[in-house]
Design a protein around this ligand. Structure first.
Ligand code: DAS
Length: 356
């Protein structure tokens, strides 16, 4: 078809204008980096009806991003595959590696927000560790899914879209590490996995910070505990984490675990007691001996909600024990590891458990 030189010039100009408008639009979008670690959000099942039977940690980050073209409308996204594991198998070294990468990226001027895709089993521990140790005000969002992307009504795509949207939001800055699951925006400190087979698995006893709906954030509260820029801890100054183990309380409990932990020279034992952190009378002497031999004893509770009252169920002042406040054993362990990189003074440790 003949096109006049004038029309060709016009078409070329229009194309240039469109290209520059697109480039400007892309420049206006926030730059979000997705750090992938594995989990169900990267999982794959044999059929669409396999919502619970599947292999976690199979799909790479580039495929996750390619499978969600809507992301390109809300952010300039790029991915890094940090690990490809089910989160129950993550180690302290993995935690350090991930946090150091998050910290490094947060210092880059061309990074506006960071998303970590993660298995749901220990997502709450990683999110808490990051909020304690990464010194940044930029949004950091940890996200997972309860169903693999191959399943009917998979939740990963919307969770990831929400995570990128929140990570690219200016109003998400300074709120500590966040978790976007099932439309909620939860505090990485407060949130836990409370149901092991539902998409509504994650919740905080103090409630979500807000919700994200169709890419818009609705905030209803802000964290009051210290985090990120207001933390006294910095991942850039942490090279190893001390060994902290958890001993649960239950009817008929023996001292085998506590004695073994103490004998192995752990830095601290978190006791996940019954009720308000109660300790069976027959194992109090074992915890006292562990303390005398140098281990820090931290009284938490196996009860999901509430908080342990100091000197109530046990004379903590007398035994020189620390109470975990509202932190469940797995979260108390994270804070204990971080705190013990700085101090073993029990009064200082108790202050830290009140403040973080
Ligand atoms: N095994 C679980 C994990 O990787 C799968 C998941 O729920 O993400 O945490």
């Amino acid at each position: 078809m003949y096109l006049s030189p004038r029309f060709r010039a016009f078409a070329a100009g229009a194309a240039l204008l469109a290209a520059s408008a697109l480039a400007q639009a892309q420049q206006a979008l926030p730059n979000v980096v997705i750090l992938a670690t594995g989990g169900t959000i990267a999982g794959a099942g044999a059929s669409a009806v396999n919502s619970a039977t599947y292999a976690a940690a199979k799909v790479g980050v580039d495929k996750l991003i390619a499978g969600l073209p809507e992301l390109s409308k809300i952010a300039n996204v790029r991915g890094e595959q940090v690990f490809q594991v089910a989160s129950e198998s993550l180690t302290n070294d993995n935690l350090l590696t991930l946090a150091k990468r998050v910290s490094a990226l947060s210092k880059q001027a061309d990074v506006d927000g960071i998303v970590i895709t993660h298995g749901t089993d220990t997502l709450e521990e990683t999110a808490y560790f990051l909020t304690l140790t990464v010194r940044t005000n930029k949004p950091i969002v940890v996200v997972g899914s309860m169903r693999p992307g191959t399943a009917l009504s998979a939740d990963g795509a919307l969770n990831l879209y929400d995570a990128v949207s929140v990570a690219g939001s200016k109003d998400a800055a300074g709120k500590g590490v966040l978790v976007t699951m099932n439309d909620n925006i939860d505090s990485g400190r407060d949130v836990s996995k409370n149901v092991n087979i539902k998409t509504s698995a994650f919740s905080s006893q103090w409630g979500p910070l807000g919700m994200v709906v169709e890419g818009k954030n609705y905030w209803f509260r802000a964290p009051v505990k210290r985090h990120t820029m207001n933390s006294e801890f910095d991942i850039d100054n942490i090279s190893t984490l001390p060994v902290v183990e958890i001993a649960m309380g239950y009817e008929g409990v023996s001292s085998i675990a506590i004695d073994a932990f103490a004998k192995s020279g752990v830095k601290a034992i978190v006791h996940g007691g019954t009720g308000n952190g109660s300790v069976a009378n027959r194992i109090v002497p074992n915890l006292q001996k562990a303390r005398t031999d140098g281990a820090i004893i931290i009284r938490s509770s196996r009860v999901a909600d509430g908080f342990v009252i100091r000197n109530a169920e046990q004379p903590d002042d007398k035994y020189d024990w620390v109470v975990a406040h509202d932190l469940r054993p797995q979260k108390a362990r994270i804070l204990a590891m971080v705190a013990l990189t700085k101090t073993s003074d029990t009064k200082e440790l108790q202050r830290i458990f009140w403040e973080y």
